[in-house]
Write a protein that binds this ligand. Structure first.
Ligand code: F6R
Length: 241
């Protein structure tokens, strides 16, 4: 795994956006594995800018997101579908029919997980997977624990994650306690992985990259085993390395 440390979020996001753009330029119908949260916002802004300047074309691109809260439909301002529309999809020429997220209000959630696994396979997997990291080391919503799941599944969010994500809600009581998330298998089978982590709050979890260990207690450490992964951090996130 390659580690790239940048002076600030802007420079790091530019590097990350260049990685995604390179994939789209090489394969116009690329499958992008996308994430929500604060970490990729600036990266998406670069991609939007390049599209608007005629440098990137998303007309044939497909995208599949990591996760969605259970109980929030796409119109809910805190749903990940809403986030993706707001921060990326509605600003570029991607076909909305080619943008996929789990359905957090599906009548049968187990069926929805199976459907999502099959969808990932039908798309042929992801050419690049974008990841942020929870302060507890989660990726997607694969939370720390004794085991990690391979396929798409329902995850009960930890108190740590609910607290971290409560900044987007009126209060922690409004944060859904469950989510549908891609499993570690899909993340690890992406052809390329980029992991973004910025700010002091991520420094303790990034310190886990100072050694050679992997552990299910810090799910992002499994990315050390991926053959084509880059960890992209700013100086603050790298300050405990
Ligand atoms: C989002 C996701 C999460 C976030 C992580 C970091 O789709 O899967 O794993 O990437 O919680 O969130 P931020 O970037 O807000 O710190």
């Amino acid at each position: 795994m390659e580690l790239k440390i940048f002076k600030n979020i802007d420079e790091a996001s530019l590097f990350a956006a260049e990685k995604v753009a390179a994939v789209v330029k090489k394969r116009p119908d690329a499958v992008l594995g996308l994430a929500t949260g604060s970490s990729p916002i600036k990266m998406y802004a670069y991609l939007i800018d390049w599209y608007k300047r005629g440098l990137l074309d998303f007309s044939r691109v497909r995208s599949i997101n990591l996760d969605e809260y259970i109980g929030l439909d796409g119109d809910h301002a805190q749903s990940y579908r809403y986030f993706m529309d707001e921060y990326l999809f509605k600003h570029i020429n991607i076909d909305p029919q080619n943008t996929f997220l789990p359905n957090g209000v599906a009548p049968d959630l187990e069926d929805e997980c199976n459907r999502y696994d099959m969808l990932w396979d039908t798309l042929g997997g992801t050419d690049i997977q974008v990841l942020g990291i929870g302060p507890n080391g989660h990726i997607g919503f694969n939370e720390p624990g004794q085991i990690l799941r391979v396929g798409t599944h329902i995850e009960h969010l930890t108190a740590n994650t609910m607290n971290a994500n409560s900044r987007f809600f009126e209060s922690v009581d409004e944060v859904p306690s469950r989510a549908i998330t891609m499993g570690m298998g899909e993340i690890m089978r992406s052809k390329e992985v980029i992991v973004l982590a910025f700010g002091k709050v991520k420094a303790p979890v990034i310190s886990a990259f100072a050694n050679d260990d992997v552990t299910t207690a810090i799910p992002v450490t499994l990315i050390k085993l991926h053959p084509n992964a880059t960890l992209i951090v700013d100086e603050e996130a790298a300050s405990e390395l």
